[in-house]
Design a protein around this ligand. Structure first.
Ligand SMILES: [Zn+2]
Length: 376
């Protein structure tokens, strides 16, 4: 899951796309819904009408309308993201009282559940971070970037508090969403899944032994993967990356691991629930023909087709990572150069896919399906 793509889509037509991002510190004063904000960071894109896409030093993206801007100035100083303490302070400002901070090497975790739970999430995310890095820089020889600053994570003690935050940030009901990555704030938010009130280490272990905890841990890893993908330069926030790539990759990394005491260990093992769903769909002809699938995100956005689209995106990523790894990495590197707030359109997507995987889509599709039927 990946929030706020739709909000950004509305902006695409407003910003003409002059790309700035000079690495120089800019300061902007804005007024929004009666509140003033003093932002330090860098202008990423500036539109002809004066609207701005701004990256503030807490790694948040702001889509700013011209009429919201009260003043704007550039400095000769270098733009630097906030350090962990300053990021914690900035994040706490948006949270109710009673939150504490747990820092790991790469993450700043603001929590009001137990420290034991924050530690557990921190250890999963640090392990994901190491695995993720090694995955790209090792055999795939892609020297992905380090995140520019620490990455913000928010842990709520229970679903009710989290639901209130979701309502405020996304203006929607929480439903069954247990965690999400927000493209604009760059935060992963979630709630304590154990069902215990401020769980001890022992209670967390107890939770990890329950069979339904696996799906939940997969979601925690999934959202963390989205955050890493966007903060290591593999994908660009608000760029027109196909959702089958974005979501399929997160599902490729999320695979829960029954054998691990912490709930997650490995990248790229078969994602059983997704495989089962994909196979079931194949047998009842709920399969999306490849050309449509790669051309358009619409099936991911409709609640009627989303689950099926996700399963197929996992399958396609699994195939590409396992069988076409070299070309897939090249294709991903191509996507990583896309600019924010530009839309490619369906034809261009198909064209780019062919460029990396061959003109004969039918042949590709036959091989893909044959391979996936044989996955055990
Ligand atoms: Zn996702």
């Amino acid at each position: 899951m990946n929030k706020n793509l739709l909000v950004a889509a509305a902006w695409v037509f407003l910003l003409s796309g002059v790309n700035f991002a000079t690495g120089q510190l800019d300061q902007v004063q804005i007024e929004r819904s009666g509140q003033s904000y003093s932002l330090a960071g860098e202008i990423v894109v500036e539109a002809q009408d004066g609207g701005v896409l701004f990256l503030s030093d807490d790694s948040r993206l702001w889509l700013i309308q011209p009429e919201e801007i009260k003043s704007k100035s550039d400095t000769k100083n270098e733009f630097k993201p906030l350090d962990a303490d300053a990021l914690a302070k900035a994040t706490l400002k948006d949270l109710p009282d009673g939150f504490q901070v747990y820092k790991t090497k790469h993450f700043v975790i603001c929590y009001n559940t137990s420290k034991a739970y924050a530690k557990w999430v921190g250890s999963i995310y640090e392990r994901l971070y190491r695995g993720f890095r090694a995955y790209w820089t090792g055999k795939r020889k892609w020297k992905i970037a380090e995140p520019k600053g620490p990455l913000p994570i928010i842990l709520f003690a229970n679903k009710e508090q989290y639901a209130r935050y979701v309502k405020r940030e996304l203006n929607q009901e929480v439903g069954s969403m247990i965690a999400y990555y927000h493209l604009l704030t760059n935060r992963v938010a979630m709630y304590d899944l154990t069902g215990f009130d401020k769980p001890t280490e022992k209670q967390i272990k107890q939770f990890l032994r329950a069979p339904n905890s696996l799906r939940m841990i997969a979601t925690v890893v999934h959202e963390g993967t989205h955050q890493l993908v966007f903060n290591t330069g593999i994908q660009v926030r608000l760029a027109d990356t196909p959702l089958w790539v974005n979501e399929g990759m997160a599902m490729y990394f999320e695979t829960p691991d029954v054998g691990s005491t912490s709930g997650w260990r490995k990248i790229g093992v078969v994602n059983r629930p997704r495989l089962q769903q994909f196979r079931a769909n194949l047998s009842v002809r709920k399969y999306f023909p490849l050309k449509d699938f790669i051309a358009d995100d619409v099936i991911f956005r409709s609640s009627k087709t989303a689950t099926d689209a996700y399963a197929q995106a996992w399958a396609l990523n699994y195939y590409l990572f396992k069988k076409k790894s070299k070309n897939y990495v090249k294709y991903l590197q191509h996507l990583s150069k896309k600019q924010p707030l530009r839309v490619d359109g369906k034809e261009k997507r198909v064209e780019e896919f062919k460029k990396f995987f061959g003109d004969d889509l039918s042949k590709f599709e036959r091989e893909f399906l044959r391979y996936m039927r044989g996955v055990r």
